[in-house]
Design a protein around this ligand. Sequence first.
Ligand code: NAD
Length: 296
Amino acid sequence: MKIAFIGLGNMGGPMALNLKKAGHEVRGFDLSKPACDKLAAEGLNIATSAAGAIAGAEVVISMLPASQHVEALYLGSAGLMEQIPAGTLVIDSSTIAAATSRKVAEAGAKRGVAVIDAPVSGGTGGAIAGTLTFMVGGAEADLERARPVLEKMGANIFHAGAAGAGQTAKICNNMLLGILMIGTSEAIALGVANGLDPKVLSEIMRRSSGGNWALEKYNPLPGVMETAPASKGYAGGFGTDLMLKDLGLAQENAAAVRAATPLGGLARNLYAAHSLAGHGALDFSSVIKLVQARAA
Ligand code: NAD
């Protein structure tokens, strides 16, 4: 299949490479030259513009930071949607506002372009291993068209509902993730302040009732888990500012439906303080720095 892949960052880069490895003809594009150069060095075909990437593509995939980037790409003055031929399938895997996903889907429907929102979970490790979880919003038939492509990048594919529903599922998940990373950090920092070995404590909690994804795959303390961003200076991974964006989306959504999300609100404020302290570009698990100082 001919696939255009727009947005070759921490997630999009390895996702595009997995599609190439599976035998698809992938042409990528990113506004960042270093991102393009990195992927070109790994053998990916790179276009000089988004329009160049989509030329002749049967499927267009985007993996961009936030709503405004997705809007600018498809609906902005460059207006990619105007150039995508009818019959093309668009898969947007960025985590953005459900309302923006619906707007892009409506613009596509007017032109005969099928659009699904398919945000992911699983982190950069999942993107590299091709084991992501996809949460899809859109028509069932469009998901079935996308499935063979999604299967090359992910291990779990869920149909959450109509357009935008994938995004709603994603922000519920990330609100929980944001909260549990802070809770896990607090527990580890407390143990360390009492002289416990963080590796031993982490293993005890991982196998006890406090067990969770952070303890399984993403320990926030440097040196506990070799593969986690914490052990790589919190580089790569899932940026604090991206987590802050997702928690903001969750709060906007909660306000709209008048839901009570007290811990989600507190978590958003803690990541905001962490970002203001200059850590916005670090992986979100660096939020442990907030509570480490308190424990010390
Ligand atoms: P990233 O910042 O590493 O990559 C985003 C890329 O998009 C950048 O390279 C940027 O230059 C590019 N870009 C922005 N606007 C563009 C445009 N108009 N055209 C072409 N390229 C453009 O971000 P990421 O970590 O890869 O995350 C991407 C999305 O996936 C975000 O919505 C994020 O919330 C979500 N997500 C990330 C993770 C993670 O662990 N990193 C996990 C799940 C979901």
